[in-house]
Write a new protein. Structure first.
Length: 472
């Protein structure tokens, strides 16, 4: 059972105080850390006396905050283990106060779209294809041949010749990243990651014993990535693995320029770093072309979660054939393959994907433009970037109140992930990720009004000393 130290929890809490009761503000912020994934369910919280000393509070206040979390089902007492934080076992937690919008929560913690219409047709066709597989045992460590051929064909069409033997089908991109970390990292290995970046990739690296080394990505600036930071990080730490999302990066929407791509490949080769490129969002070009693949010695990770539907849970790894066999051999201790029916659905979808993406990109453009226009009118003080693709806006707030804003939005019916979830070290309280996957009507009528109300609530908070936020 992981244990949070008082000092560690205090650092995660950041500027948690507001003008209300301290016990409520502390309980709300700890709950947000759990919902954001910054504190893992099942972690043991520090003793009341220790946390009180670290935060400069009375033990009575901390005890009352813990009691509030127990009442809401987010904390339980375990004999011999103290206070353990966890998601309620029944239903997803609701806000501490009644919702002010009808119809329940709008969940913007995931940057996703609903299923593409082609998925329904492909599912019906795949049910017929399944009959040919029923005489077999159904365990597909590498993936069904039809899907491996379809994935290989897409890479080849994009300019990266690929054979089916160079494709390993996985349970989504997150499973692919986790598998790569488990197989190729040893405890203490350095892992180069983006900051802000995809938080579950950082979680996977840490779970395998890796030590993340952050390279900054800045929305709205030419190139996004800091070339000098890449040079320094590779030379200083010689990372065993580098994980990048160069096509419409999550959460900034940045696209890595061609010259920097070439430079990163050179650096990885020079320092013996295994370069992993996640292309999950690569097809979501709202403006401009789809970024090309990296060279053949780069490990590519792909997925259908953003382009087709997250419920399919199908992803893949594109690497040399020897690496694919090595990964498959080490896969069995955790799971024995990917469901056949879902693979057959995706195999039916991929030949039609280019046509599907025409409609998906047009819809994303409408939703992006609706959200940016509404934000400009309702919250002109927010710095909202213009993104060429992807599924979210990385909004720069005037104040370091992202976590407080997420809590307030929750009370008004909108679930958000606060900016610090996307940083390696808890930075980005001045940033908020706003996905635009919801339909334009919901964005206009529900999301933006909820943000306005939440912003006014946080604006009433007593000012706090502004921290120096260093993006690393």
């Amino acid at each position: 059972m992981p244990t949070l130290s008082a000092a560690g929890l205090a650092q995660l809490l950041g500027d948690w105080r507001d003008d209300g009761p301290a016990l409520r503000a502390l309980a709300d912020r700890i709950r947000l850390l759990l919902l954001d994934g910054r504190v893992l369910s099942g972690a043991r919280l520090p003793a009341e006396r220790e946390l009180a000393a670290a935060l400069g509070l009375s033990r009575t206040t901390v005890a009352a905050a813990y009691a509030r979390l127990r009442d809401s089902g987010h904390l339980r007492s375990v004999r011999g283990s103290g206070s353990v934080i966890a998601l309620p076992a029944t239903t997803a937690p609701g806000p501490a106060e009644p919702l002010t919008v009808p119809g329940g929560l709008v969940d913007l913690t995931r940057a996703v779209l609903p299923a593409a219409p082609v998925v329904a047709d492909a599912a019906r066709e795949a049910a017929e294809d399944l009959l040919a597989h029923l005489p077999g045992d159904g365990y597909e460590l590498l993936g069904v041949p039809a899907l491996r051929e379809a994935v290989a064909g897409r890479y080849t069409a994009r300019g990266l010749p690929t054979a089916p033997e160079e494709v390993l089908v996985t349970l989504g991109a997150q499973h692919a990243v986790g598998l790569l970390c488990r197989v190729f990292l040893s405890p203490g290995d350095r892992v180069l990651v983006e900051s802000p970046g995809y938080p579950h990739a950082v979680d996977a690296a840490r779970g395998a014993g890796g030590r993340p080394v952050a390279v900054p990505v800045t929305a709205g600036t030419p190139g996004g990535w800091d070339a000098e930071a890449f040079e320094d990080a590779f030379a200083r730490t010689r990372p065993a693995l580098a994980y990048l999302m160069p096509g419409f990066q999550n959460p900034t929407g940045a696209v890595m320029p061609a010259d920097l791509r070439r430079r990163v490949v050179e650096l990885a080769r020079r320092h013996g770093t295994r370069l992993v490129v996640d292309e999950t969002t690569n097809d979501l070009a709202v403006e401009g072309p789809v970024p090309p693949p990296f060279p053949a010695d780069t490990v590519h990770v792909g997925s259908t979660a953003k382009s087709l539907w997250g419920g399919l849970r199908i992803g893949w790894i594109r690497a040399d054939a020897a690496t694919v066999r090595h990964l498959a051999a080490h896969r069995a201790p955790w799971e024995l393959g990917t469901p056949v029916l879902e693979q057959l659905v995706v195999a039916r979808c991929l030949p039609r994907l280019d046509d599907v993406l025409v409609d998906r990109r047009a819809e994303l453009r409408r939703r992006r433009d609706a959200l940016t226009a509404e934000l400009a009118a309702a919250l002109p003080e927010w710095d909202v970037p213009h993104v060429p693709g992807g599924l979210a806006l990385w909004v720069h707030l005037p104040t370091a109140t992202s976590s407080a804003l997420a809590l307030a939005a929750h009370r008004h019916g909108v679930l958000l992930t606060a900016g610090p979830r996307f940083g390696v070290d808890g930075a980005f309280e001045r940033y908020l990720r706003l996905p635009f996957g919801a339909d334009a009507g919901t964005l206009r009528a529900v999301v933006v009004p909820a943000l306005v109300r939440a912003w006014h609530e946080t604006g009433a908070v007593a000012p706090v000393a502004r921290r120096l936020e260093v993006i690393v």
